[in-house]
Design a protein around this ligand. Sequence first.
Ligand SMILES: [Zn+2]
Length: 105
Amino acid sequence: MSAAPYVVATTTPPEIVCPEWCTVSKDEHIADLRNQEGFVIHASDTAEVVCVMAVMTPDGMPDPDGEATVEYDGRGLAIAQARELAAALLKAADTLERTTTLRGP
Ligand SMILES: [Zn+2]
């Protein structure tokens, strides 16, 4: 049997523990707590081509039901999927480089 969820109302903002790569401000995290059912979504710089997102508790523990993802091209990739895509990109780049090298100047 699982524990029933409960709500605690307080006027003291919680301490938010961010991973070193998180670019979301503490105020944004606190404002978003209500929308995320008490969890925090950490994100690296979303202006980058590839970024990282992770759902965690305010004190920095991973959400057991949430998934940390590598965000690329509008898709959330699990760690294994991100590594698979990276390997495929490197292979394609190597293939293209060999082709263009053979062509010469
Ligand atoms: Zn954060």
